[in-house]
Write a protein that binds this ligand. Structure first.
Ligand SMILES: NC(=O)c1ccc[n+]([C@@H]2O[C@H](COP(=O)([O-])OP(=O)(O)OC[C@H]3O[C@@H](n4cnc5c(N)ncnc54)[C@H](O)[C@@H]3O)[C@@H](O)[C@H]2O)c1
Length: 375
């Protein structure tokens, strides 16, 4: 396609980040098509109404060679934003959907000599596992996941892997890789496939490691879709929010519009081809601080309950270092309060909102993902 206007394919374009990316690409004058399987866990009621009529919608599976090949015809740029995300123990599904679909994408581009100019894949901060800490005696350290024994005793902070002493978290940069669960492993595999094959076959590629992304259109149904959905729904239904661990876990929540700006920025930044880049909020908030923001937006005085439960496999603190992306002129422009305000407005505009919180909590307990401290 001539000039700066491109034919863009957004795989997973019916989802949260995908649909906002579609809207921004259309607004920027690009031609957009969507390949999305409408995964039932994310879209139990079918195709969402927010999908723009100006984008061509193809219902299909990113893991199917025929679906993907037909969607790729005539495409200049690809955003791969489809994924299987959850805490559930069907390990092979993570690898199949997240990693295999990415390998298939490059396989088809190479085999059919497709003139794809750029691929952007969505990776995740999850690849950092417990992230980077400093120990007074051992400098930078990368703790392992916290043991079940430790968590059952309600001891939340990780310790130095060398001396078992106290350690302090620090923002984690792109050099670190320490995936510790099925989702993180699949995302790291996806990155490696994309960057390695991209470089080898000269298909300019960027992998973006998003922190926790927040804003409207986050699926109500996906247990992975995090703090914003859970706490906003709790207060929507006048329920007391439940915090896992002690609520002091730190995260750098990033707003969807800032993420979309990063997606579009790397599309036109050849200097970051074949690189991995963090996209984060730039500031650490504890989960308890985050729930206070949600309560403030609702205007409710709602203290959370801390029943002594935890999600096995959860990271204690993780905050991304965003210096690299800032070097391209990007920086976060919105706070978690903006994200929550927009999410709550969106929630209130929905025709019907099912109270699925109890179902999700019980399901995770049944699968032994949510556990209780002893005594
Ligand atoms: N939301 C976050 O906080 C976050 C954080 C880090 C990374 N990510 C990554 O960003 C990407 C987008 O996440 P999201 O939050 O928008 O997820 P989402 O679940 O809202 O959207 C994903 C979309 O992919 C589609 N999909 C799933 N499997 C598919 C398949 N096999 N073929 C075609 N389509 C399929 C789903 O139907 C859905 O519309 C994912 O790769 C995710 O791993 C998200």
């Amino acid at each position: 396609m001539a000039g700066n206007k491109k034919n863009c394919l957004v795989i997973g374009g019916a989802g949260f980040i995908g649909s906002h990316t579609v809207d921004a690409l259309l607004k920027a004058g690009h031609t957009v098509s969507i390949l999305d399987s409408l995964q039932t866990r994310v879209h139990p009621h079918g195709k969402p109404g927010y999908i723009s009529d100006h984008a061509e919608f193809i219902q299909g599976d990113a893991c199917s060679a025929s679906d993907l090949l037909s969607a790729l015809k005539g495409v200049d740029c690809v955003f791969h934003l489809a994924a299987y995300q959850d805490y559930l123990p069907d390990f092979s599904t993570f690898i199949h959907v997240n990693a295999e679909s990415t390998a298939l994408l490059y396989e088809l581009i190479v085999e059919h000599h497709l003139a794809v100019e750029k691929v952007v894949v969505a990776s995740s901060q999850a690849v950092y596992g417990e992230g980077c800490y400093t120990c007074e005696s051992h400098a930078d350290v990368y703790p392992d996941i916290r043991s079940e024994d430790q968590l059952m005793r309600g001891i939340w902070e990780p310790v130095c892997p060398s001396c078992e002493g106290e350690i302090d978290w620090r923002a984690t940069d792109e050099e670190t890789v320490n995936p510790k669960n099925q989702y993180a492993i699949s995302k790291y595999a996806q990155e490696m496939i994309a960057l390695t094959l991209g470089k080898r076959y000269r298909i300019p590629t960027v992998a973006l490691r998003y922190s926790i992304v927040q804003g409207p259109r986050q699926s109500f149904y996906n247990a992975y879709s995090g703090a914003c959905r859970i706490f906003c729904l709790s207060l929507y239904f006048d329920q007391v929010p439940i915090l896992y661990e002690d609520g002091a876990q730190l995260r750098d929540y990033v707003n969807i519009h800032d993420v979309v700006a990063a997606n579009l920025l790397v599309l036109s930044s050849p200097e970051v081809d074949y690189q991995v880049i963090n996209v984060g909020g730039g500031k650490a908030y504890s989960v308890a601080e985050f729930v206070a923001i949600v309560a403030d937006v609702y205007g409710k005085d709602s203290s959370p309950r801390i029943p002594g439960s935890y999600r096995f496999g959860d990271t204690r603190h993780i905050v991304s270092d965003i210096s690299k992306l800032k070097g391209l002129g990007w920086s976060p422009t919105r706070t978690p309060k903006h994200s929550v305000t927009e999410y709550v407005e969106w929630l209130r505009a929905q025709q019907s909102v099912e109270d699925i919180l109890e179902y999700v909590e019980n399901h995770m307990k049944k699968l032994n993902v949510v556990r209780q401290v002893n005594g």
